[in-house]
Design a protein around this ligand. Structure first.
Ligand code: GUN
Length: 297
């Protein structure tokens, strides 16, 4: 049996189109465009690619995009002052500071400076706390995208065994909270977990977010399980001097056992920016005091 391929690229395109429709409706009602500000410090090549892509997709969705680039040696105070200006700018509904930041800048301090109602990344402790206690707030984009793919595939997740591999603030922890809120039985595994293969073998849902190429093997997967691969790892390709992208899961092997699986690339990756646009649009409706039905997007 071969697993169904979960097409995150297509799902993300549909979500972006829906965001685009609602962004046009917002502009008509509010008399301004929804606005997303993205801040990049330094010249990390992967971050530059993401930021360019975010800017382009924000414009394509009919929203205003504000890009701010600071040099790698910018002072922390300069970044904090920029965040303050964006907090106060009524044309900016969402603020995203691209991570990782250079080592001389305290990431937690910068995240704490973002107004929680503009924190479309959902990284502020206020939003992390809201997620933990089940209050409405902003949820980190990658795990929310994973949840959308899971619900689209499986419908009701209630009672399912879910194993999340990875405990980062950006993916693992919020993913676990989201699955718990869907009434899954959630296990969070990490680098110190004993008998990881056995833990994963119990899972109806596996979310791999560890950043280790092809670590999750085919014989760890329960037959028919749904596998969500958050990993994006660049490894050497067979051809001399070339590289290729692989996930945290041995895709070729796992696809023989799983019921459904996300590919890399084209699975979770495209969902992150689509959900970011969704969060920014939700922020715009809230800031303008306009209603957006809970199930509208
Ligand atoms: N770096 C990698 N992923 C993300 C993300 O979702 N948001 C931000 N701000 N930085 C990131």
């Amino acid at each position: 049996m071969t697993a169904a391929v979960i097409d995150g690229k297509a799902f993300a395109a549909t979500l972006r189109a829906r965001v685009g429709e609602l962004a046009r409706a917002f502009e008509e009602k509010a008399g301004r465009k929804a606005g997303l500000a993205v801040v990049l410090v330094g010249e990390d090549p992967a971050s530059q690619v993401y930021v360019r892509s975010k800017g382009k997709q924000t414009l394509e969705a009919g929203m205003a995009s504000f890009e701010h680039k600071l040099p790698a040696d910018a002072a922390e105070a300069e970044l904090l002052a920029l965040v303050d200006r964006l907090n106060a700018d009524p044309g900016v509904d969402g603020i995203l500071v691209q991570l990782p930041l250079p080592a001389h800048i305290d990431e937690q301090k910068v995240i704490a400076a973002i107004a929680p109602d503009k924190d479309v990344d959902g990284f502020h402790v206020i939003n992390a706390g809201r997620l933990a206690v089940g209050q409405p707030g902003y949820v980190p984009c990658t795990p929310l995208g994973c949840l959308m793919l899971l619900k689209d595939r499986l419908g009701d997740l209630s009672g399912l065994d879910a194993v999340v591999i990875g405990r980062s603030n950006i993916v693992g922890k919020p993913m676990a909270q989201l699955l718990l809120a869907e009434s899954c039985t959630v296990t969070v595994a990490h680098s110190r977990t004993r008998n990881l293969a056995e833990v994963v073998r119990r899972a109806d849902i596996v979310v791999a977010a560890v950043g280790r190429p092809e670590m999750v093997k085919a014989d760890w997967i329960k037959p028919g399980a749904t596998v969500i691969d958050v990993g994006i790892n660049r490894v050497a390709a067979a051809e001399e001097g070339k590289t290729r992208l692989v996930g945290d899961v041995d895709y070729a092997g796992a696809a023989q056992v799983a019921g459904a699986i996300t590919p890399v690339p084209g699975g979770v990756g495209p969902m992150t920016i689509a959900v970011l646009l969704r969060n920014a649009l939700v922020a715009a409706y809230r800031h303008a005091g306009l209603d957006l039905a809970a199930d509208a997007i």
